[in-house]
Write a protein that binds this ligand. Structure first.
Ligand SMILES: C[S@@+](CC[C@H](N)C(=O)[O-])C[C@H]1O[C@@H](n2cnc3c(N)ncnc32)[C@H](O)[C@@H]1O
Length: 299
């Protein structure tokens, strides 16, 4: 059977990487996702520790890891992506493997960390993924995996809300999460928005002066077919493989419904940036974010 995902990422590798890591108008989702994953696995790492990034794309996470003194290998089944990664890595000492995430040939139980950003949404199920991550990790090693946040269907007020078949179940999970929110998290949000006043003003002015660019998004090619998870769904898939949930980090907040982004994209995304760090460790972040990074520890 033709592998449409592999074919797509192979042919559009450069454009995809450019869109994901473009920070001029959009929310810098690629860079923020890498930062959260690195922070999530860091407690399992020391100088010279080893990490594999599954579905490594243009290699940004591996490059970041190498700069921290970690040894990193990137695995991706799209040759075009590995080409991007090699070019991006320059002289850094990194290893790249062109293979499906579960056919890397890496030995069992030796890695300190496994990361997988933007991968599981393209896989048919979670079980094979968690089995492979658990196989690769040493006991005590950490896994950071990013997911599209199904809980956000409750508030996105778009076609995902209209088509969601399990709203009451999602609402129950979100209400339990929100009950754990702390006052300090709201204070931090207010302080972050206040500290971003200049940036917000510049963004609004630019949106007034320069017509908003069209927001081309290559990732939308698979938008409706990509899987989503709630944090609980992901934890339940990880647990049978001896992976203990450590933390959930909210990624890419939307202070306003996404339908409004094209009206004033610079303003919209400056607001989102002000929300990111303030709410990424708060359950409140999960209500408003399109994605999350979940962190696990291998028993
Ligand atoms: C959304 S991109 C994310 C790239 C990178 N992790 C990042 O965050 O910038 C998904 C990547 O997963 C790769 N991929 C998809 N299915 C895969 C599979 N079965 N095995 C290995 N890589 C895969 C794609 O080629 C693509 O590079």
């Amino acid at each position: 059977m033709k592998d449409y995902v592999k074919d797509y990422f192979d042919r559009h590798a450069h454009a995809w990487v450019e869109a994901a890591y473009d920070e001029e108008v959009r929310f810098p989702v690629g860079a923020e996702r890498v930062r959260l994953a690195i922070e999530g696995v860091a407690p399992a790492m020391r100088d010279g520790a080893r990490l594999v990034d599954l579905g490594c794309g243009g290699g940004q996470l591996c490059v970041h890891a190498a700069k921290l003194g970690w040894r990193a290998v990137g695995v991706d089944n799209a040759p075009g992506m590995i080409e991007e990664a090699r070019a991006n890595a320059g002289d850094l000492e990194l290893d790249w493997i062109i293979a499906s995430y579960d056919e890397s040939g890496l030995p069992s139980g030796e890695l300190d960390a496994v990361t997988a950003l933007g991968l599981v949404e393209y896989l048919p199920d979670d079980d094979g993924f968690f089995a492979e991550a658990a196989r690769l990790l040493r006991p005590g090693g950490r896994l950071a995996v990013s997911c599209r946040n199904r809980l956000y269907n409750l508030l996105s007020a778009n076609e995902y809300t209209a088509e969601e078949t399990e709203l009451p179940r999602l609402l129950a999970e979100l209400r339990i999460a929100l009950a754990r929110a702390q006052p300090g998290e709201l204070h931090a949000l207010a302080e972050s928005v206040a500290a971003s006043a200049d940036e917000l003003e510049r963004a609004a002015q630019a949106d007034r002066d320069v017509p908003p660019p069209e927001l081309h998004d290559h990732r939308r090619a698979f938008q409706r077919g990509r899987r989503q998870h709630t944090p609980r769904e992901l934890d339940e898939a990880a647990a049978p493989h001896g992976l203990r949930a450590v933390e959930v980090l909210a990624l890419h907040p939307h202070p306003l419904p996404p339908a409004l982004e094209p009206l004033a994209p610079r303003t919209y995304n400056a607001l989102a940036r002000a929300w990111q760090r303030a709410l990424e460790r708060s359950p409140a972040g999960l209500a408003f974010s399109t994605a999350f990074v979940a962190v696990y520890e291998r028993a």
